[in-house]
Ligand binder design. Structure first.
Ligand code: ADP
Ligand code: ZN
Length: 727
């Protein structure tokens, strides 16, 4: 690539990539006097509009009759590493390069100026008229410190009007509070923990990998409660000491209040937080701080991968096995895999942590591609919970009930001992299906091939796929029978009803993503659970991971078979992971924990491996069966979803595609067949699956195929999903 800036003098041109669903960069002429380099953000005409794009390369052509670049945009240029990442992700996922660029260039158009928060300071003489409330407010402001208005009002137990009246009287002055720092400097020695021997050994290796300042991947595998966070914090501390930046990717950053507290306890300040709820100017400021290198540690959701770090010295992917790392809409990339790619591009070490690593990562570790560090014991000599199965064929709850006698007894004992219990059921809402007992009518989503889920809190029937909501009627819409509607199967809300009947004295709470009041409330309730304010938590996968509930000593899995019955090649792995994670919530505090898993199939290999307490047993069996079937990571997979407004159009296009699949040796194309959600948001979906050996270049094959295949017409769309996570 020619690195001399191109300017208009020689009639130079540049190729500009536009952050829209386009694959190619467009050539523009460079106006005289403007010197451009790759990475520069520019304004260009596109059709009748002006748009922002990035100079991707310098053209060799003459500007002749090309449209001209309008000008440079006042934004830091994309650095070569980030451009390389965009190229790489686009190549790997087959997403249009412009769509990937949009991830890196995401600017929220927000022209509203950031309103400064106001504080008050005691400056003047006492007011002419003194009241008890005023006296309290003045006393609370003693010392002349600048205090937030609301905080002062609260501290003095007075209304805001009292504060305002003292401002009017000249007793208080009003000043803008300093803006929240987006990137305070963490102190690597703020509060160093005393590590156990095993922890110290692992930390030492991680620190060495940061010191080496070279690409390399380490899997930090440690049982729940082994202190993985404390251990990788040592690597982060080392990066801070070296003046370099760290990125900590987390699957669900919005709920990680505990993580942030721990980070602050360790480093004295909060990390820079990047997720979709950080908006507007704050987002812009953080982005600038990341680009300048001022933000030393960023904790973020998967999109943090595309931020413009100035000097990335470490990437941590926390809970690397989490399905949330896979983005399903738009550019379908796996943030863990792309983190490894970014590490390679930046020549930085990558740490993957998990108590239940993905099979891909385990195999990479076993083959020596990744360094494998293990923390086999819980911190502080705590034992892993003892696990037991409840055979539902023998211990059968009565009709309309889901908790077995054995589990009821265990919860009762726990209540008596004043310890907390968690009931885990990975089903949101009240009941997964509602039907009419008289005519058999079932409530289905009008837009999707899915049942509507009864949500009693919201008094609505909801589609979990498209968000369609309707009121739960009083009579059957088909036969008009009244009081004939019946809930089928349990969701967490219904389970909570059962718990309330069984244990009316217990303080129970339902925690799922439907929690009223949104993320903030949910965060508070998770803290309340941690501090022991509830006896029984009824929760979905939301409570299964990451959280530390010291008083939790019993975990009851209501339906351990849920998830094992799907035809998904990852069903066993996912179930193993979620069950090991959720049972790992028990016994993290002073007292030992136990878990009971209700099942109809106690002989299932996944459950047997889980009960044995030896994860190697599961990994060995699962590795063997994947290898025998040629499934990832031993073979490669991609899904092609063909969707259209009608089933006929979708099927027609998929069949035409299949006819020119031309699969060479090592490639098989399966389908077309109805996709698992045959209708989603009103679109009919048909799927083709491509399975190849590892030797085949899957991306090259897919590109060539789509190129020779028919072009989608009318409402037809083809979405490619490389390495699909679920089927
Ligand atoms: P994991 O992520 O492996 O499940 P955590 O990092 O959450 O484990 O640690 C579990 C608990 O043990 C946390 O409360 C943590 O603060 C505590 N802990 C772990 N290691 C140490 C240590 N070396 N000193 C003090 N507390 C520790
Ligand atoms: Zn729907």
């Amino acid at each position: 690539m020619n690195d001399e800036p191109n300017s208009g003098e020689g009639g130079g041109t540049v190729d500009v990539l536009i952050p829209l669903g386009l694959d190619q960069a467009y050539s523009y002429a460079v106006p005289e006097g403007l010197a451009l380099r790759p990475g520069d953000v520019v304004q260009v005409p596109l059709g009748p509009r002006e748009t922002v794009g990035v100079v991707w390369s310098l053209g060799s052509g003459r500007g002749g009759n090309l449209k001209r670049v309008t000008g440079r945009v006042d934004m830091p240029p994309l650095d070569p590493a980030l451009m390389k990442l965009v190229d790489w992700v686009a190549w790997y996922t087959l997403a249009p390069k412009g769509s990937v660029l949009a991830l890196a260039l995401r600017r929220q158009p927000d022209d509203t100026p950031e309103r400064p928060k106001l504080g008050v300071r005691l400056v003047g003489a006492p007011p002419a008229r003194m009241t008890p409330a005023r006296a309290r407010a003045i006393a609370a402001a003693e010392g002349g410190l600048l205090t937030g208005k609301a905080a002062l009002a609260e501290a003095a137990s007075v209304s805001m009007a009292v504060i305002d009246s003292l401002v009017d009287a000249g007793t208080f002055s009003v000043e803008a509070l300093p803006r929240d720092a987006v990137a305070a400097m963490p102190d690597p020695d703020h509060a160093q923990p005393v590590l156990s021997e095993g922890q110290a050994a692992a930390a030492k290796e991680l620190v060495a990998s940061v010191q080496a300042a070279a690409y390399g991947v380490t899997l930090l595998e440690g049982v729940t409660g082994s202190g993985k966070t404390e251990v990788y914090f040592e690597a982060v501390a080392q990066a801070i000491r070296q003046g370099r930046q760290s990125l900590i990717l987390m699957p669900e950053i919005a709920l990680t209040a505990q993580f942030i507290d721990r980070f602050e306890a360790r480093f004295g300040v909060r990390p820079g937080l990047w997720h979709s709820a950080v908006t507007g100017r704050k987002r812009e400021r953080l982005q600038a701080a990341i680009a300048s290198g001022e933000a030393r540690v960023v904790a973020g959701a998967r999109s943090a991968l595309f931020l413009p770090y100035r000097d990335l010295g470490l990437i941590v992917v926390d809970e690397e096995h989490e399905a949330a790392y896979k983005q399903e809409d738009g550019v379908s990339y796996h943030a863990r895999d792309m983190a490894v790619v970014r590490g390679r591009i930046e020549n930085a070490p990558v740490i993957l942590t998990s108590a239940t690593p993905s099979l891909e990562t385990r195999v990479n570790a076993e083959r020596g591609r990744y360094t494998h560090l293990k923390l086999p014991e819980r911190f502080g000599g705590r034992e892993l919970p003892t696990l037991g199965l409840v055979d539902l064929r023998q211990d059968k709850p009565e009709r309309g009930r889901w908790i077995s006698a054995a589990l009821i007894k265990a919860i009762g004992d726990n209540l008596e001992a004043k310890e907390q219990s968690l009931l885990f059921l990975n089903r949101r809402g009240y009941a997964p299906l509602t039907l009419c007992r008289d005519c058999g009518h079932r409530f289905q989503c009008p837009n999707c091939s899915a049942w509507l889920v009864d949500h009693r809190f919201r008094r609505a029937l909801v589609c979990h796929h498209c968000g369609h909501v309707e009121r739960r009627p009083h009579e059957c819409p088909a036969c008009h029978a009244t009081e004939s509607l019946s809930a089928c199967g349990p969701g967490v809300e219904r389970l909570a009803e059962e718990v309330a009947t069984l244990f009316p004295q217990a303080r129970g709470i339902v925690l799922s993503s439907d929690f009223p009041g949104g993320t903030e409330r949910l965060k508070q309730e998770l803290m309340a659970v941690a501090s022991g304010e509830f006896d029984i938590v009824i929760g979905t996968q939301l409570v299964a991971k990451g959280h530390n509930f010291p008083g939790m000593t019993l975990v009851g899995v209501v339906d351990a078979d849920l998830g094992l019955t799907s035809g998904d090649p990852r069903a066993a792995e996912r179930t193993f992971q979620v069950l090991r994670q959720v049972t790992g919530r028990a016994g993290r505090g002073e007292r030992p924990g136990r878990a009971l898993l209700q099942t109809h199939d106690p002989g299932h290999p996944v459950l047997k491996a889980l009960i044995s307490g030896d994860p190697e047993r599961f990994y060995a069996a699962e590795t063997a069966s994947r290898e025998a079937a040629g499934l990832p990571p031993f073979g490669r997979l991609a899904g092609l979803i063909v969707s259209a407004n009608t089933a006929a159009e979708a099927e027609g296009h998929a069949r035409a595609l299949a006819r020119c699949a031309d699969a060479p040796d090592g490639v098989s194309v399966l389908g077309p067949a109805e996709a698992p959600l045959a209708v989603l948001r009103g679109r009919h979906r048909v799927r083709l699956i491509v399975k190849t050996t590892r030797e085949v270049n899957l991306q090259d094959y897919l590109r060539a195929w789509l190129k020779r295949g028919p072009k989608p017409k009318g409402s037809v769309r083809v979405a490619v999903d490389v390495d699909p996570q679920s089927f």
